[in-house]
Structures are given as structure tokens and as C-alpha cells.
Design a protein around this ligand. Sequence first.
Ligand code: ADP
Length: 697
Amino acid sequence: IEELKDHISTYAVRIIEERGIKTLFPPQVEAVKAGLFTRKNMVIAIPTASGKTLLAELAMVREIIEGGKCLYVVPLRALAMEKYEEFRKWEKIGAKVGMSIGDYESRDEWLSENDIVVTTSEKADSLMRNRAGWLKDVTCLVVDEVHLLDSAKRGATLEILMAKMRKVCNPRIIALSATIPNADEIAAWLDAVCVKSDWRPVPLFEGIFFNGRLEFYADGVLTEQRKIGKDIMALVLDCLEQGGQVLVFDSTRRNAESTALKLAQRVFRYIDSNEDIAKAVLEENEGEMSQRLADCIRMGTAFHHAGLLNSQRTAVEKAFREGRVKVVVATPTLAAGVNLPARRVIIKSYHRFGGYASEPIKTIEYKQMVGRAGRPGLDERGEAVVIVRSNRSREEVLNRYIFGEVERITSKLGAENHLRFHTLALSSDFRSIDALENFFESTFFFHQNEISARYELERILLQLERWEMLEFGENSISVTELGDMVSRLYIDPLTGFMFYSELSKRDEFTEIAALHLICRTPDMENLYIKKSDDWVEEEAIAFMDELTYAPSPYSADYDWFLAEVKTAMCLHEWINESDEDEICEKYGIAPGDLMRVVETAEWLAYALSKIAAFINHAQKSFFSGLVKRIKYGVKEELLDLVEIKGIGRARARKLYTAGIRNRRELVENRQKAAVVIGKRVAEKAIAQIENDLKRGG
Ligand code: ADP
């Protein structure tokens, strides 16, 4: 580390040493030798926990010393927050560190002063669309988890972001990746040098648990085996006994929960009281799932899946890192996001429900899960064990996962929805068909496919013209006002078109009709229809003719339609103040699901309200009210109260029922308010209102 001082200053070296880092890991040395401190673009493909972040930090510090500006792009908001906190230590050398993860329409101009900005790929892409001026000052772009170019959902945006940044400001690029077979191909696309390594700070032992026997393999041969008892309980206790912690991956939420509960019965002996953590996860919600989570935590286990509220997830992760929860059982979807190392990782099921049927997970997902095994500095080795139940699946696991190679990364930009989403945005930058095509030729999609994307592109351009978002001249393209708005709102052009055409067709929308329109769009993620959901269809009869669209029960779309209707009904109950736990129970969802549906619907309602205002729709104020009603989950009459910080939907309703209907009445009825919602909350709220008034709010 000492030797780095010529590149990043003695003081910066001290800051690294303060973290207990004395020498570079071998792949880090390789990266330095390959040109980390030069202007070369780099693809660094090394395993989890082998120190990619430190490499990025070294490159960024060097960049800042030379007067540059860095953009650090991560896949998820939670990761952005984690990295932001981590990078703030560089404030000690005078670096300004910022984060941009807020709503898609803002430009965050205040970030122009920052030396490092941490953001997500979606937010960075939307900053480009909204022409945030400071982006062109970026001299170094770090892309974390670049293998996500392969992700069906977000890969295309990441790809466009990288290609566009190269066109606009041509920054140096550092792309960090998990180990993948075609890292070289990404490097060739980026004109980058490629550093590859399989080295890990904690050696990883991969194995199988079959018929009570634990077997570990290395380089294709069996190296260790022993009998340890018959089931997963034995496998877990075996590790806890030696002072380790265990991360279990299970196939579904329900299985994850029941495994965590089952394991708790013996794990409780390994912990002290966890009552405070249990209390913390019940703070925001006391529904059934939260109770089960608290029960597990009290006994030293926890489950971790997308149904948890954010605060609950953070609490579980923290408790696990602190060693107070010994076992976490997670679903595979979360394997990519959370950084939760444990001595032993157990894969209880390597199948996942993939839309229609249960299918084996990809090898890259397997590698990502087992990559969590072994805590650096704490465990001598990491162990990853797949539980199998037959000789056949034993062979499958050995060949496909343990000895198998990770899949190649392929571009996902070719999918129609992604292509139209990005083509619309790009049209305003490249104003001619030639320039647009030329840009597409610089994408990874083109790099991989060789054949020109011309035909696809042409089809998409014509479609956008039909939707009145683009207009063509001889060789020029111009974006219409509608097109520009849709692009900035960051919605799929198809969503924009649906809103625009339905609003143009009719003057009157009921609540359920507006909500259903939102749920019809490709940007909405609807709830599933389950076998026991016949009631949806029955209840829907009452409002079917209010909707903008209803297929015949014999049509192929009918199940989709029911899912849209179910989600719209759920939102309808939410904005009409049904109790959260009752909603969750009726719709068979967890609190985290409700929050996700609400967040997405709020964003889409906002877009709907903007388009309604654009065409001067008769109900435009109804639509803008709807945005807030979705955000807070209240009827119209509570909007004034619910926007006060600390007054949620429940308190606002209590005040209203007691005759306090708005801010003014709240200030005028201090004592009454104190009785209704408690003295402390009431005083805080009133202070806030008075403060706002003083500032002319
Ligand atoms: P990755 O991003 O590759 O998954 P991280 O960068 O998060 O891995 O590194 C994992 C851990 O290893 C971190 O706690 C980090 O501080 C530590 N680390 C990184 N480089 C070194 C090093 N050279 N010596 C000791 N610890 C290191």
C-alpha cells in the first residue's frame, strides 16, 4: 500500500491503512500493473469480496487529484447508499461525495460541485435525458456489476448509459464484474484492458449434502467427506457449533419463512436476547408476516425476501452482520443485491419459479450465492453446500454448478420495449436517422450481433411516429412535445401512448377506471392471480363497464386482465383508507409488496397527471390529486393534513373525525389535537406548520 503514495498521495494511503489494509490482494496488484493509474479503460472481472471496490476507489482518488470528476453507477438504490457511506471517508482528503437516486425528473444540479457521485443506472440515464449539465464534466465512469448488462430488466439501460456517456463526454471507464467467461468481449467493446482472476481472499469449498453425507470437491475431485446427520438442521448446527453463521437460500418466500421458523427451534441456544431487534421489525408493521419475522429473530434466525419492508430488511442484515442473528434464509432473487457474507452458504433448493414452471437457476446465480461464503478476516474458509435428494440431481449439481462454467453475458437491448424506450430518448440527441444508427452501432448489442440493427430500428421509429412522438423530415428526426414529455417522464412510450389516447377519448374517469388504466401499462408490475382469487372476477362485475378496456372471458388476455383488475382494486382500497394489514391479507401479499405497488403506481399516476395537464383534460386536477392520494393512501379530504411530516394516514383520519380537517384547524385546536394524536406529535406538527407559514409556505 505504501508504494501507492506516488499515485494517490501519502495522506490518501493513510486513509486506506486506517482500514487495516496493508498489502494489495494479488488481483489488485495485477490491476495496478495493467494500468489502474493510467487513462486506460479497464474491465476487472474478479470474484466477490476480492476487493473490486478498493480498486475503484484508488482510480477515483487519482482522478480527483488530477482535477477530474467521477460517476459511480450501481444497480440498486440500497447499494448506492452503501457505497455513498463507504466513499465519504474520502472527504478527509477534501473530496466532495454525493448521491443521486431521487425521482426521475430532477437534474440534481447541486451535484455539479461533487467529485464523486454515486447513482443507479436508471437515475443516470434519466439525468442524461433531462440534460443535467454536470454530467458532461464526468471524466471517470465506474460501473459496478457490469455483468448485469445481461439482465432482462435493467441491462439495456446500463448499456445505453455506457454507450451514451462515451459519446457525450468520453470518460475513462472502469467496469467491475463478477467472473464471467466473456469479460474479454466486454473489454473489446469498451476498448479496455481486461483483468481476470479467480483468486479469493477466503478459499471457497463447494460441496453437496446427500443422504446425510457432506462432500466437498476441488478441481473436479472429491476431497473431503463426512457424515453429519440427516437434514438441514444438522447441516446448520454443524456450522454454528464451530462458531460460524449460515446463509440459506430457499426457493419461495413461503419455504424461506417455514425453514427459518423450523431452524429457530434449535438455533435459539446460540444467542442472547434479541428482543430489541424483534421490536424494531414490528415498529412499522405488526401484521402476520412481521410477527413471524419477529418470532424467528427472537430465536436467532430470520427470513429475507421481497415481502419485507425496507426497514425490516436492513434490520435483519445488520443483526446478521453483528452476529446476533445466526441464520438467514433468503430467496434467490435477493442473492444479487445483498452483501451478507457467512461461513456456510446452504442452497436448499436450486430451482426457482420462472413464470410458468419451476426451473434450475443459472450458473452465474449459483456462483453469486456461493460467493457469499467465507467472511474475510473471520473465517479460514468459506463453505457452500447444495442439498440434493437423488443421485440424478447430485450429478446435475456437480456438472452444472460446481464444475460448470458461468453463462456468457449477452446484450438485452434488442427487446422491443427497451429499444423503443431508448430510441425515443436518443432521437432528441441525434436528430437524424444516420446519426441515430451510427450511435446504435456503438452499443454492445451491435458489437455482439454484428448484423445491423437497422431493420429493428426502422420498425420502432415508424411506431413512434404513429404514436405522435416523432416526426421525420428528409433525413432528420424531431421529437414532438408529447414525445419529449414521455421521454423525460421516464415511462415506456407505450405507456405514454395508452395514457394519451385514453385521455383523449373520454372526459370522465372514475377512481377505479384511472387506477386500472395505470395497471394496464407495461410499466406496472401487477399482483399475481392465484387459484383462490375467484372473488376478483365476482367483485369486478360491479365496475366492469367503467373501465377503459375489458376483454372477453374467453380471450387469451383474460388472466392478465384479472391481474390488472386485482391490482387496481388493491390500490383503490389503499386510497380509500382500508387498513394495511387487512389489504395484505385479502390480496395475499406482504407489506413490502404493497409498498412496491404503491410506489410504482404513484410514479405512473404522476405521468398520467402530466399528460392530462398537457391535453388540458377536464379532470386534470382529479389526476394530480390522485398522485398524492396514492402516495399517502388517503381520501381527498385528508390531503392537507397527511402532507404534514409525522402525520400518517391513520393519524390524519383521527384528526379529521375529531373535527380537525386541515392545517389551519390544527393550529387553532392545539389541545384537542394533543388528545387525539398525542401531545408530542401534535406539537411537532404545529411547529412545522407555523414554520412553513413563516417561510411563506
Ligand atoms: P468486491 O467488491 O470485490 O465484492 P469488496 O471490495 O467489497 O469486494 O471487498 C471485500 C472486503 O475486502 C472489504 O471489506 C474490503 O475492505 C476488504 N479488502 C479489499 N482489499 C483488501 C486488501 N488489499 N487487504 C485487506 N482487505 C481488503
